[in-house]
Design a protein around this ligand. Structure first.
Ligand SMILES: C[S@@+](CC[C@H](N)C(=O)[O-])C[C@H]1O[C@@H](n2cnc3c(N)ncnc32)[C@H](O)[C@@H]1O
Length: 344
């Protein structure tokens, strides 16, 4: 990605706006508020069946960690990878709200050892066939990984962040990293810097240092490619807002649902694995035991209950014309009664 900090007109204008404590249009149009109870629809089945149930323009964030045809498991084997991926990429774009984002996990280290898919293919496909914007290519760097003898051992994966429109929602303050005390003291003496900006902390940048889950990690629920909650939480906090909907149609271990519950977002998640509900139950038990009574109120909706989910209450766009950039009415904050926090 080019360095946008010096010559980009949008970046310069945004800096000036921040100095005046102004808000970007995307921030003015979204007023988030945590609902009393968040709702979490789950499905066991094919991602395309789930996507086809979801109305257009209804989802704020899609966390997408697809299979890449590298024979990791039975679900990771496709004859024509990009032809298949094109189907769910198109659906993902359709269901995203104008303020929404799609984040796609993957690697660029494909060496032809198995199938035909990798993140490069997806990036090239979207470049040719989609108007979505590639906002960042995030490098997820980790110190722990496999050893190698014929190449440099791999220590990173990528997360491609696409926004549906230029009015994408981004809450940088929610994911800033606090300065250490020594740096903070030094910066506070610098008269050119604003104390409130120093208090907020620093931009995490597009290189994230977060360890991969070890085999014996306490977070593990049994899925072979489970992602760390810390990564998912940063994405959820920055790219969605309380009361909005997060979707994960390759949900695997259910980590996205867990984070959505903890962060007061609604969610929809699905996976072909029959074990998915069991993994999700473990995730929920872990969330309950680590937060106790502080865990926000939530309700998990099974197959028959999907219609009471906020996503499924949104009217299709042709029935409900509205200005581009506004979140759909059903996703705007509203108060709900406190519900139970059941298991599955
Ligand atoms: C890389 S894993 C996702 C892991 C997940 N992000 C986590 O952190 O636990 C990909 C998942 O996609 C699921 N999958 C593969 N093909 C699918 C399909 N056609 N529809 C729905 N899920 C599918 C697999 O069962 C697998 O759990």
């Amino acid at each position: 990605m080019p360095n946008r900090s010096h010559s980009n007109a949008g970046h310069i204008a945004m800096n000036a706006l921040r100095k005046r404590s102004g808000l970007h249009t995307s921030e003015r149009e979204i007023q988030s508020a945590a609902p009393g109870t968040t709702l979490h629809a789950i499905r066991v089945g094919d991602c395309l069946d789930l996507l086809r149930e979801i109305p257009s323009d209804s989802v704020q964030l899609i966390v997408c960690d697809p299979p890449y045809n590298i024979n990791l498991a039975a679900w990771d084997n496709f004859r024509d990878y990009i032809q298949w991926a094109a189907l769910w990429l198109k659906e993902a774009e359709r269901v995203l709200a104008p303020s929404g984002s799609l984040v796609i996990f993957g690697g660029l280290q494909y060496q032809g050892e198995a199938g035909t898919g990798d993140l490069l293919e997806i990036l090239m496909h979207l470049r040719r066939h989609s108007p979505m914007l590639l906002v960042n290519l995030i490098i997820w760097h980790y110190a722990n990984g496999m050893s190698a003898h014929r190449f440099f051992a791999n220590r990173h994966e990528e997360i491609a962040w696409f926004a549906k429109t230029r009015k994408y929602f981004f809450d940088l303050d929610a994911v800033r990293i606090p300065f250490d005390e020594e740096t903070k003291r030094a910066y506070m003496k610098d008269k050119r810097l604003r104390p409130e900006s120093i208090e907020k902390g620093k931009n995490p940048t597009n290189v994230w240092d977060v360890g991969r889950l070890q085999g014996n990690s306490l977070e593990r629920v049994g899925h072979p490619t489970q992602k760390p909650t810390e990564i998912i939480r940063r994405l959820v906090r920055a790219l969605s807002y309380p009361g909005s909907v997060v979707l994960d149609f390759f949900a695997g271990s259910g980590v996205t649902t867990r984070v959505a519950i903890e962060e007061c977002r609604h969610s929809v998640s699905g996976d072909v694995l029959q074990d998915f509900p069991e993994y999700l139950q473990k995730q929920i038990s872990m969330a309950q035991s680590s937060a106790g009574l502080l865990l926000p109120s939530f309700k998990v909706l099974g197959e028959g209950e999907g219609l009471s989910h906020p996503v499924f209450r949104v009217q299709p766009r042709q029935d409900q014309p509205r200005r581009r950039g506004r979140p759909p009415k059903a996703l705007q904050p509203r108060r709900e009664g406190h519900g139970r926090a059941p298991g599955l």
